[in-house]
Design a protein around this ligand. Structure first.
Ligand code: BGC
Length: 359
């Protein structure tokens, strides 16, 4: 038994409408009052959307500009660089729980900056995934997570309900620990209902518990009658290679771990095949939402792994987003104002750029 199964259904639904009403009224509705894009919303099939998402990159994670715009590292002009480099999607990494007041209302300044970022990215023709990324809080306290996650989506879904279909919602990054599979399967139904109250057909990205891990996919229960869902997973295997020496996972402290043996490729293919098999049985498009190898590995091996994962995903029809543009695992060096070329070319092979330019 968990807190979801003991909670009354009526109580949950009442809470849901209260949450929507609390922010619904005549709150800030930029798209309703003054659309940030002239393109109207039109429904798009989840498989078609996923194909269009193609190649992406995570942006804006822990950017100091979310708290103080004067300190921002990420500048809207990077969206053009990202587009011109060959990406078609940005995954906006949003840690929003600290930007809510006592009544769980999101800071208007935060939302105004989000509007500007969303508009700047859409203007470049990019698909924008709004990724709620407070997974650390959610991993510790599922009750607090429930309140804040629902409050976030009731406000953000309403705010962007008329945005073009290139805006996609990602419910929650990497549910884990306190958010067990059972709790997450209940939570996602509840949060999806909040989204659907204002966005009945917008595509929503949802992944399994256990950090969106492949092994947890079989436990993920998505509502069968909602076909506007794109399933996601994250891939960092083997952790001994991708996270060597990363401070937040001290168990992988051994440096000098390489990648690229036949056995390494075989494991990668086997694991990606298992995701494809799940997708086929469950009839869901797949978004590989995060993958990357941390800076401590040898660049040649990092590039080889990145290339193999990206091509492996593409060969199976998955869209993907590399982790990440700036901060760590970087594909763009903001301080030098230059791409990290081995990683960029692993993600977007030069040959693809040339054939696109000559088409
Ligand atoms: C986390 C990052 C972490 C990355 C790889 C992401 O989901 O937000 O903090 O660096 O996963 O471990």
């Amino acid at each position: 038994m968990n807190s979801f199964s003991t909670r009354s259904r009526a109580g949950a639904i009442a809470g849901l409408f209260l949450a929507i009403a609390a922010v619904g009224g005549c709150a800030n509705l930029p798209w309703a009052e003054k659309p940030l894009s002239e393109t109207p919303y039109t429904p798009i099939d989840a498989f078609a959307q996923n194909q269009q998402m193609g190649r992406g990159v995570a942006v804006l994670s822990e950017d100091p500009g979310w708290s103080d715009p004067a300190k921002a590292r990420f500048k809207p002009r990077y969206f053009k660089l990202i587009h011109d480099a060959g990406f078609s999607t940005v995954r906006m990494v949003l840690t929003t729980f600290d930007h809510m007041d006592g009544e769980l209302k999101l800071d208007p300044q935060y939302l105004a900056r989000l509007d500007r970022m969303v508009k700047a990215a859409l203007d470049q023709g990019l698909t924008v995934i709004l990724d709620e990324h407070d997974y650390e809080i959610c991993g510790k306290d599922a009750v607090l997570c429930r309140a804040k996650l629902n409050a976030f989506w009731s406000q953000v879904a309403l705010r962007y309900k008329d945005a073009p279909n290139k805006l996609v919602f990602e419910m929650l990054n990497e549910p884990h620990q306190a958010m067990t599979a059972e709790m997450w399967n209940a939570q996602l139904v509840e949060t999806l209902a909040i989204m659907r109250a204002t966005n009945p057909t917008r595509n929503v990205v949802i992944g399994p518990d256990n950090w969106n891990g492949i092994e947890a996919l079989p436990k993920l229960v998505l509502p069968p009658d909602d076909q506007h869902i794109i399933a996601t997973f994250h891939y960092y295997h083997p952790m001994e290679f991708t996270h060597q020496g990363a401070a937040w996972v001290p168990q992988y402290d051994k440096l000098g771990v390489g990648w690229g043996s036949d056995a390494d490729y075989a494991l990668l293919n086997k694991e990606l095949d298992s995701v494809k098999a799940w997708a086929d049985v469950n009839h869901r498009p797949i978004f590989l939402g995060e993958f990357g190898a941390y800076e401590n590995g040898a660049m040649a091996d990092r590039a080889k792994w990145t290339y193999a994962v990206a091509r492996g995903a593409e060969a199976r029809g998955f869209s993907w987003a590399y982790w990440q543009f700036d901060k760590d695992f970087i594909v763009y060096d903001i301080d030098k104002d230059a791409w990290v070329e081995p990683i960029l070319h692993a993600l977007i092979p030069l040959a693809d750029k040339i054939s696109e330019a000559t088409r």
